[in-house]
Design a protein around this ligand. Structure first.
Ligand SMILES: CC(C)[C@H](C(=O)O)[C@@H](O)C(=O)O
Ligand code: SF4
Length: 466
């Protein structure tokens, strides 16, 4: 009987191409996702050394960061250049690219799973930190730098030091209105924005088993905001049901073989993690950030904390600086904070269930005067699914804008950028200074909280409308 192993260990061990003392392991990569913002130098590097892409068939490119969401024409010269460069690079190397205007286009971390490309027990990389999303399937998925993108393009492998393992155990069931987004904002508030540095997290417990694949993707997406290298969830019936029948998932005998393998992946009884953190899921509430990192978060029914209350000096200084940037005073009830913009979208919360949750809150209601609300589906497939259900009509009737898919207002790399000292409730994953625009102030929230906030014009949990 071999020693009990974690899910992380099993996927790692199954992908070591070469192991040598004093060297990082060389890991095989099953799926390489590419986007326009982080790939140009990598392709230049290949060209400079006369190398080709080793496995174009295991590489998929998408246009997401620089694309507009209100038109199929990229007005901005730099954005256009990025996208055209990606198209040229992909044509030169025989890589499939889902371009702006293609029905399969969308945010890389939304499209790959919905196609069935991300499968349990595989390794997935992309020159993008939120590649951690794909860990929801029990894949080992992580963001890599541009130099690594080049290495993977050329060799389909990557040298990697074995990460440490961390179990995040959720005790108890989720209360109503508490979503995967709230769970993870609570985890990051508990362990800190660097709390999982150097680790791959496995999320465990009944609250996780009860999440849909979409919720699991939201959770794993935010792993990197806790500093983790990746986040993973063991595959189960929920995973298999989601994958079956997707265009790029295995079918027939190949499915049966794959499923037999997938069922061997969950962490063995008695396997050890380097670290374990326990989170009381049953005591959580909808969370919202007050500061400029995702760990600076509190339940929406509480107040902006007093920096003086932080025991750690660095935390205190960070809180003071964050409150100055956010223009907030200690003790201000979160629910009294007025916003002028609401963004519903991104690879964290731009999937169909997220849009359903937002539409459920907005149905029959209106966006408050003076508030601009953007609803940006994470992919064109999500957009079509939402339209089939009539969600776009709910948003339009409420006065929200219904857009094409892309990263949009998640970051200031395209036309959906906030100008001036605007304040935004956003379903995205980052709230650092200038993230959504030069002086923009971001409050990270779940889709339901974003929708309720759009209706009242102030940070509001959905229960606040009932
Ligand atoms: C532009 C890209 C490399 C970046 C990332 O790595 O995550 C972006 O997607 C982000 O969310 O900040
Ligand atoms: S939606 Fe936001 S977080 Fe996700 S890949 Fe795009 S920019 Fe990065």
């Amino acid at each position: 009987m071999s020693a009990p192993r974690t899910l992380i260990d099993k996927v790692w061990d199954g992908h070591v191409v070469r192991r040598r003392a004093d060297d990082p392991d060389l890991i095989y990569i099953d799926l390489h996702l590419v986007h326009e913002a982080s790939s140009p130098q990598a392709f230049d590097g290949l060209r400079g050394t006369g190398r080709r892409v080793r496995r174009p068939d295991l590489t998929l490119a998408l246009e997401d960061h620089n694309v507009p969401t209100d038109s199929l024409t990229i007005a901005d010269a730099m954005g256009r250049e990025q996208v055209e460069t990606l198209r040229r690079n992909c044509a030169e190397h025989g890589i499939t690219v889902y371009s702006l205007g293609d029905g399969r286009q969308g945010i890389v971390h939304v499209v790959a799973p919905e196609r069935g490309l991300v499968q349990p027990g595989t390794t997935v990389v992309c020159g993008d930190s939120h590649t951690s999303t794909h860990g929801a399937f029990g894949a080992l998925a992580f963001g890599v730098g541009t130099g690594d993108v080049e290495h993977v393009l050329a060799t389909q492998t990557m040298p990697l030091a074995r990460p440490r393992t961390m179990a995040v155990e959720f005790a108890g069931a989720l209360p109503p209105d508490v979503t995967a987004k709230d769970l993870m904002l609570a985890v990051i508030a508990q362990i800190g924005a660097n709390g999982a540095n150097g680790h791959v997290i496995e999320y465990r417990g009944a609250a996780i088993e009860g999440l849909t694949m979409e919720g699991r993707m939201t959770l794993c997406n935010l792993s990197v905001e806790a500093g983790a290298r990746a986040g993973m969830i063991a595959p189960d019936e929920v995973t298999y049901r989601y994958l079956k029948g997707r265009p790029d998932a295995p079918s027939g005998d190949a499915w049966d073989r794959a499923e037999r393998h997938w069922r061997t992946l969950p962490t063995d009884e008695g396997a050890r993690f380097d670290r374990t953190v326990t989170v009381d899921a049953a005591s959580l509430a909808p969370f919202v950030t007050w500061g400029t990192n995702p760990g600076q978060a509190v339940p929406v029914d509480s107040a902006v904390p007093d920096p003086e209350a932080f025991a750690d000096e660095a935390d205190r200084a960070a809180a003071e600086r964050a409150l100055a940037y956010m223009d907030l005073a200690p003790g201000t009830p979160m629910r009294s904070i007025a916003v002028d913009t609401v963004f519903i979208g991104s690879c964290t919360n731009g999937r169909i269930e997220d849009l359903r949750a937002a539409a459920d809150v907005m149905r029959g209601r209106k966006v408050a005067d003076g508030v601009t609300a953007l609803v940006v589906p994470g992919s064109m497939a999500v957009r079509r699914a939402a339209e089939e259900e009539g969600l776009h009509e709910v948003f339009a009737a409420a006065g929200a804008q219904w857009r094409l898919s892309g990263c949009s207002m998640c970051l200031g790399m395209n036309a959906d950028r906030l100008v001036g000292p605007r304040r935004c409730a956003s379903t995205s994953n980052r709230n650092y200074e200038g993230r959504q625009g030069d002086r923009a102030r971001t409050h990270l929230v779940s889709p339901a909280v974003a929708a309720a906030t759009a209706v009242t014009g102030r940070l509001t949990p959905p229960a606040g409308l009932r």
